[in-house]
Design a protein around this ligand. Structure first.
Ligand code: FAD
Length: 278
């Protein structure tokens, strides 16, 4: 079986030590020849300079770098300037998002939803960028209904996105169902599963509560049972996530996008089990 393409996501580091650590992480992950490295963007522009700086470094090292760009709390002028900066640098891929404005932080800005950002990128820069958008196999927490969320996803794809990356999930059926249902609505572009390796349970539980990704009860109970035994958490996490990736690969997923949290080991271990080698 052909191995799906892989990609890795980072957040922009805040300190010189974080930057050094991310460089080391990137070197390790680069040995697996990913399609691209992406870098998140704090909604409201809170990480704008650090995202740009991290993208600049990755690009200068010769790897394909994909900045995330979230539009909430921003203006057309600001987004236009950023797009042209990236275009002039030779960046070819963008992950276009709405983002979530932290409570108490300013107004919603000039874009309300990601589909408006996608249309704006196409209007400003034509076909220059490969545009990725977000997809939610277990549905976005603010969606009125599953169907509305899929129709909104379709609107975003039809605004000019080339492919999608999903929120992470641990239930492969949710992904396959989402792909099938959105295909019926006319979405033909690749929908790449987002994979969250499990390194620490408390952190994962916190993230999952906010973004609406479900940790199945049998996994929660097992992970809770390990308490502070980090080694057991990681061993179990590696097994479960490797099996999830195997199912996704066998079912025809077009790629795997890893949420690395700037750590190499958990993703490397899973990919090694899947037969990816340097
Ligand atoms: P949208 O597609 O705009 O959807 C948001 C909600 O609005 C959904 O409930 C949808 O159903 C509804 N909706 C959409 N369009 C319409 C419409 N036209 N009319 C009415 N309702 C509508 N966040 C960051 O801040 N920075 C990042 O770097 C980042 N990276 C991410 C990467 C991936 C792969 C994923 C999956 C998420 C990422 N996020 C990031 C989180 C994301 O910003 C949040 O989940 C956010 O709440 C929604 O963003 P979106 O682009 O999916 O929004």
């Amino acid at each position: 079986m052909n191995k799906p393409i892989i990609s890795f996501e980072f957040f922009p580091p805040q300190t010189p030590e974080g930057t050094e650590k991310l460089t080391a992480t990137r070197r390790l992950l680069a040995t697996l020849k990913p399609e691209f490295f992406s870098v998140t963007f704090g909604a409201g522009g809170s990480t704008q300079d650090r995202t740009l700086e991290t993208i600049r470094k990755i690009h200068a090292e010769g790897y394909q770098a994909a900045p995330h760009l979230s539009c909430v709390g921003s203006t057309r002028e600001n987004i236009r300037a950023l797009l042209h900066t990236y275009k002039d640098m030779g960046i070819k891929r963008i992950v276009a998002l709405r983002g979530d404005l932290p409570s108490g932080m300013g107004s919603i800005g000039e874009f309300q939803y990601a589909n408006e950002l996608v249309s704006f990128i196409r209007a400003e820069t034509g076909e220059h960028f490969h545009i990725e958008v977000a997809a939610y196999p277990e549905f976005h927490p603010q969606a009125n209904s599953a169907r509305d969320d899929m129709l909104n996803f379709k609107r975003k794809m039809h605004a000019g996105a080339n492919s999608a990356i999903t929120q992470y999930f641990y239930n492969a059926d949710a992904y396959f169902r989402f792909v099938e249902e959105t295909r019926k609505l006319g979405v033909t572009a690749p929908i790449v599963p987002g994979i969250m390796p499990i390194a620490r349970y408390s952190q994962l539980a916190r993230f999952s509560d906010t973004c609406g990704a479900e940790i199945p009860r049998w996994m929660r109970k097992t992970l809770e049972g390990y308490g502070d035994d980090v080694e057991s958490v990681q061993r179990f996490g590696c097994d479960v996530v490797t099996q999830l990736c195997e199912k996704l690969n066998a079912g025809g997923a077009p790629g795997l996008h890893f949420y690395t949290l700037n750590q190499a080991n958990a993703s490397l271990e899973i990919l090694k089990q899947l037969g990816y080698h340097a």
